[in-house]
Design a protein around this ligand. Structure first.
Ligand code: FE
Length: 391
């Protein structure tokens, strides 16, 4: 038996934030990040809509990027005192991810992070509250997924939490919220969405339910990301929906080793954080080259669906990689980690441990081609120097 889970309702369109005034309940919390939602007036509007619907509203503010265990515990404590029947989260991936974990600790105070790291083993939620998610970036799609990433800074561990219990009840995908995204964020999150859709399409657990969502998302990214990057409003709106569709695909089809590598290299180097979407964008063509031994026909299908022509799957797949590299060039994303600025000596020193960690990542299991630690080492060397993958 397989399962396909998405939110019960996805509200979309300009101004769809006003959906909040149709919720019913007594108390709602709004979990939100640093400042942009407040600065642009969306937080006030969300609060007004909920108050109009008769809610008493409490804010959980200042949720940091890569939210910590402490932030989750602080929020869960506020929820236990306030007893909301709706949890509304808005912002980039981080406040929504944090609110998902707060929700678990609100309903089950005795639970532990260690127990939640076992995928798909959560206790049954919705005993106390339902969950609405409102994204302000176009990439993570956490508003429709079963995932949340929480960081334990003391132990230096990222907890990837996965369970359909934390798939939100409602996603509000309002393009007004992403019109002010800076260009670099638009580029990185857009390439994250493309990676989600491509990895979901070739995943070992892809299905008839996830394939159309993934294909449509890929096509839209190829058509609209460059214009969205340049600020075209229509393109940016379509990108916002496409990333959501990619999210519905990968929440159910899972991902692959582009994400395994991005997770383990993101914070590995002293020279600076490699933003998640930027790392994915760099690694994606190399991973396609590696995976094409097992998934050549699937990549060929993607290419054809996007209007790329070629005499066979090998040519189609090569042209797909060329297109991704061309996108990276247009979007100002480097072609390899060396060009990103990662120090060579540091890379060499950390290579073995990064390779081992990437193999152990939760996303490795659904990659279409199995990979050994030694092969991961070689692949990481290719993405560092920009070499073609020939093994
Ligand atoms: Fe991602």
């Amino acid at each position: 038996m397989a399962r396909f889970t998405i939110p019960r309702d996805i509200y979309y369109g300009k101004g769809s934030l006003e959906t909040l005034q149709t919720l019913s309940g007594k108390r709602a919390v709004i979990a939100v990040g640093g400042g942009s939602m407040k600065r642009f007036g969306f937080l006030d509007r969300a609060k007004e809509y909920l108050e109009k619907a008769g809610f008493e509203v409490k804010l959980i503010e200042n949720i940091e990027p890569d939210p910590s265990v402490e932030t989750v515990m602080r929020g869960a404590e506020i929820m236990r005192e306030f007893e909301p029947d709706w949890i509304v989260s808005m912002g980039g991936g981080s406040p929504i991810d944090a609110a998902k974990a707060m929700w678990v600790f609100y309903e089950y105070p005795e639970t532990t992070f260690e127990s939640l790291t076992v995928p798909f083993s959560f206790p049954t939620l919705r005993q106390k509250a339902k969950f609405a998610a409102i994204p302000s970036t176009s990439g993570t799609a956490t508003e429709v997924t079963a995932f949340s990433v929480i960081t334990d800074y003391q132990k230096g561990i990222k907890y990837p939490l996965a369970d359909f219990n934390i798939t939100p009840d409602i996603a509000i995908v309002d393009p007004d919220l992403v019109m002010t995204m800076p260009k670099t964020l638009t580029a990185h999150t857009g390439m994250d969405a493309l990676t989600h859709a491509i990895e979901a399409y070739v995943s070992t657990v892809h299905s008839q339910f996830t394939d159309p969502l993934a294909l449509s998302a890929i096509k839209t990214v190829f058509e609209d990301l460059p214009s969205s990057f340049e600020g075209d409003e229509g393109a940016r709106e379509r990108m916002h929906y496409a990333q959501c569709m990619a999210g519905m695909a990968f929440s159910n089809a899972l991902l692959g080793i582009v994400h395994s590598m991005a997770h383990k290299t993101g914070a590995a180097f002293e020279g600076g954080h490699v933003p998640h979407g930027c790392a994915n964008a760099i690694y994606l063509p190399y991973v396609i080259e590696f995976n094409s031994k097992n998934a050549l026909a699937r990549y060929g299908e993607i290419a054809k669906y996007c209007g790329i022509s070629g005499s066979d799957d090998a040519e189609l797949t090569k042209k797909l990689c060329d297109k991704i590299r061309e996108f990276n060039r247009i979007l100002g994303i480097p072609c390899c980690l060396r060009d990103f600025g990662v120090n060579e000596a540091e890379f060499k020193k950390k290579l073995d441990s990064i390779a081992e960690n990437a193999i152990a990542d939760a996303c490795t299991g659904s990659n279409p081609r199995p990979i050994s630690v030694e092969e991961m080492r070689k692949l990481l060397i290719c993405v560092y120097y920009g070499d073609e993958v020939k093994f």
